[in-house]
Design a protein around this ligand. Sequence first.
Ligand SMILES: Nc1ncnc2c1ncn2[C@@H]1O[C@H](COP(=O)(O)OP(=O)(O)OP(=O)(O)O)[C@@H](O)[C@H]1O
Ligand SMILES: [Mg+2]
Length: 332
Amino acid sequence: MADAIEINGLTKVFDGLVAVDHVSINIAEGELFGLLGPNGAGKTTLIKMLATLLMPTSGTAKVSGYDVTKDPDKVRRCIGIIFQDPSLDNRLTGKENLDFHARMYGMDRELREKRMDEVLDLVELKDKANILVENYSGGMKRRLEIARGLMHHPEVLFLDEPTLGLDPQTRRHIWEYIRNLNKKEDITIILTTHYIEEADYLCDRVAIIDYGKIVALDAPKNLKDTIGADIVSLEISDSVDKDFVAMLGKFKWIKKMKEHDGFLDLSVKNGETRIPELMNIAQKAGVVVQSVSLRKPTLEDVFLHYVGKTIREEETSVKDQVRERMRRRWHN
Ligand SMILES: Nc1ncnc2c1ncn2[C@@H]1O[C@H](COP(=O)(O)OP(=O)(O)OP(=O)(O)O)[C@@H](O)[C@H]1O
Ligand SMILES: [Mg+2]
């Protein structure tokens, strides 16, 4: 199958900050591809370069065979984009929002009407088409934005955080639309998310991105298989005892250990058979284990494995960095 997107060494630097760092990915036609990473990882920047909204600092990218810097107009004709931040006109109705977009693409009236019907049907908003968008719920607005992105029959659709801030039920609903689109309309979809379950549930392949770099890329199942073991998670009171960790480090059957948020996660094959032994060791070391859980690896564990932190810890640290930056700006 041909590639819908070819990215080679794509890099974006903002005032010395490397937001996207030599990314190379090929995405096949018809693929549902996910970019998973914490806040500030570079997801939006990468998508914006592919959508011709930001000039790369270096590297190249082709979308539907067209170079994003040499042929931006042709690229724009082939793509649809749903932005991370809301971009609807609240003072217009749903239909008026779609119509405005279609006019910008030079679609004639007959075609516009026909396509509006189709896309409104697709996101189940037909009965709300003539209501002002300011009266839509968050989920309805997101669906309308998806419909708008589809108006001009794009071959490639970029969805930047499609379900950010939506409640779990609405999120599931949107997932179904995205899946349907990918299968029924045969559109290549690239979505960004920092929701692990979203990437896991929806995507054929996922690229984990951190500080602008792709740290892992594969089908969710293969990524999870690279962990190769179960996760036995010990909840430990207060901070994790160093001697205990050193003691555990001597056992070959413990493949990896990670401390986070008062938990000690151990990668262990056939985890259930090792729990009694682990309890014995903890008791000998005088460590109080508050709870034990066993689970098969998730993409969160994959993230932890490659990045060394959970996606949530990473989010806080980025927020702290932003706060620190604001503080400095304020004081200078
Ligand atoms: N126009 C800009 N000027 C300067 N720095 C920028 C600009 N746009 C993004 N950045 C920085 O580049 C880095 C990557 O930002 P980006 O928005 O791509 O991340 P993201 O993965 O989409 O994050 P989020 O999950 O919060 O949407 C961040 O450190 C951000 O502050
Ligand atoms: Mg973003």
